[in-house]
Design a protein around this ligand. Structure first.
Ligand SMILES: NC(=O)c1ccc[n+]([C@@H]2O[C@H](COP(=O)([O-])OP(=O)(O)OC[C@H]3O[C@@H](n4cnc5c(N)ncnc54)[C@H](O)[C@@H]3O)[C@@H](O)[C@H]2O)c1
Ligand SMILES: O=C/C=C/C=C(\O)C(=O)O
Length: 487
């Protein structure tokens, strides 16, 4: 049997194949896709040192427009290999081809182009302060790179979320060491090839594959020369990383877990709300941090809404990524499916009414070796049920009735998470009033996952620390100083 393809590390402008290997398994049918090199502590240390050295090299002398031009070249390189990246993302995640083509790739390209352009357009503050002696103080802001940024990404939107951090980090003159998820290493490996071919100076972009604790992820966060960690992943991992960087007082940007709510009022556009909640609950097989897992529906339309969402869920097509009309792929791995299935079992123990789903489909073909689950809807659980409080990260939601604004606001806010919320109502006065009182970072009204990359993105409570997007990213990835001149 031919040896599986190997995804190398990329350190200081060189591809490295030396090291222990780990398997990358297809969530569609369980076959071996390729292997990746697991970076050991020495390789991670060399990557961080290369990134640190590169700050003093040519990259440190690039102007903002020169950095922006290079990031546009990287975006051009991704565009030129669009189909290769789509194939890599689809192979690793099992997502429908159309999803990778319409979301993951366009956003990866936009993440570089947007922050290249925002960096060039960025204008900083200055001010004059008259002095009692008739003199003047002239203050102005100077923006410098933070230094070496550790970028650690999750598996659910692998390229989108890696480049969401890379774009601004590089635009602001930092150097980076990236650690993609062990579940989805392929597109990051392609990105290293694009960086190399675009002429990104050696050491500016480094890629290490591996796992978290006791592996590349932890080695990276504990490296003394890193100046900041930009992390997207589970809240408990965020806590672990926070501990790892605490002694060094490093800058951190955390985009963490969620248990997001959708609120549907009786006056909402019913069909739009059903379609919107079906999308926010089952999109990417429920594997988006912004996905809805708690639905609150005003009592007069509750039964009708449950029936309509059931019909939507049962109409979703589970299939191969390239199948015509496929809506949902598998979960990212058998291991993650075990976690989701454990909540399917827990829900029954907690007394849920299973409206639809709650099991694995039987295809009778290779997909039975994959990680598919059926889209699932529950009702009847109390607000304190674990299935209503804990992030499941699968195609599942619980629907509960409510009677008034104050009640539903209290229940929506009664969560350890605070990432996103979708409000469905045609009374925009109510929407604006509630949007200010919901304890989340992102509120959509009559929409979901509609994005403008200039807006602040992030969560409160266990859902994260800091905001990225637009100037928020430029600020996080900059060391900002003030210069005060007496005139
Ligand atoms: N808020 C957001 O924008 C956002 C976006 C996507 C995913 N997420 C969250 O991510 C989670 C799913 O992704 P996941 O399963 O890959 O998360 P995860 O926390 O298990 O892993 C994320 C990354 O962190 C690495 N890692 C794990 N432990 C580490 C440690 N101790 N030190 C350093 N690195 C470590 C992993 O190898 C992986 O690359 C969900 O909770 C989801 O809500 C949040
Ligand atoms: O799974 C979480 C998705 C996060 C999405 C973004 O960070 C984005 O759209 O920029």
């Amino acid at each position: 049997m031919s040896r599986p393809a190997l995804l190398p590390l990329y350190i200081n402008g060189r591809f490295e194949e030396e090291g222990q290997r780990f398997d990358n398994i297809s969530p569609v049918d369980g076959r071996l896709l390729n292997q990746a090199v697991e970076a050991d502590a020495a390789q991670v240390a060399r990557a961080v040192q290369a990134a640190s050295d590169a700050l003093q090299g040519p990259w440190g002398r690039y102007s903002v427009p020169e950095r922006a031009a290079l990031l546009h070249k990287v975006a051009d390189g991704i565009q030129a290999r669009f189909d290769d990246f789509v194939a890599a993302e689809v192979a690793d995640t099992g997502r429908p081809l159309h999803l990778a083509r319409t979301l993951d790739l366009p956003r990866a390209i936009a993440n570089f182009r947007t922050f290249a352009d925002l960096a060039v357009a960025q204008v900083d503050d200055c001010c004059e302060t008259p002095q009692a002696d008739g003199g003047l103080l002239f203050n102005y802001t100077v923006r410098k790179p933070l230094g070496v940024v550790a970028v650690i990404a999750p598996w659910n939107l692998p390229l989108l979320l890696l480049t969401w951090k890379l774009g601004p980090a590089l635009a602001m003159g930092n150097t980076v060491v990236c650690k993609p998820s062990e579940e989805t290493p392929s597109s990051a490996a392609l990105l290293a090839e694009v960086m190399y071919n675009a002429g990104v100076p050696a050491g500016v972009f480094n890629l290490v594959h591996g796992f978290g604790p006791g592996s590349a992820g932890e080695f990276l966060t504990r490296a003394p020369q890193i100046s900041a960690v930009s992390f997207t992943g589970e809240s408990r991992t965020g806590s672990a990383i926070m501990k790892a960087v605490a002694d060094g007082v490093k800058d951190i940007s955390f985009e963490l877990g969620g248990k997001n709510a959708a609120v549907v009022f009786a006056d909402a556009d019913f069909d739009a709300a059903v379609a919107g909640v079906a999308r926010s609950s089952f999109f990417n097989t429920g594997q988006v941090c912004l996905c809805t897992e708690r639905v609150y529906v005003e009592r007069p339309i509750f039964d009708r809404f449950v029936a309509a969402l059931k019909a939507r869920a049962e109409g979703l097509k589970l299939g191969y990524p390239d199948e015509d009309g496929v809506d949902l792929g598998p979960l990212v791995s058998r291991q993650h499916r075990e976690k989701v299935l454990s909540y399917f079992a827990l829900a029954r123990e907690e007394g849920a009414v299973v409206i639809t789903g709650g099991e694995t489909p039987q295809f009778g073909d290779a997909r039975d070796q994959g990680a598919y689950v059926r889209p699932t809807i529950w009702t009847g659980l109390p607000d304190h049920a674990r299935c209503v409080r804990e992030e499941i990260f699968g195609p599942v939601c619980h629907i509960a009735p409510f009677d008034d604004e104050e009640e539903v606001l209290r229940r929506v806010n009664d969560s350890p998470y605070g990432l996103a919320c979708a409000l469905w109502t045609q009374r925009l006065d109510r929407a604006h009033r509630l949007a200010r009182r919901v304890q989340v970072g992102i509120v959509w009204v009559n929409a979901w996952y509609a994005r403008d990359l200039r807006t602040p993105f992030g969560g409160s409570k266990l859902s994260g620390l800091g905001r990225e997007g637009g100037r928020h990213s430029l600020d996080f990835y900059s060391e900002i100083s003030n210069v005060c001149v007496k005139l």
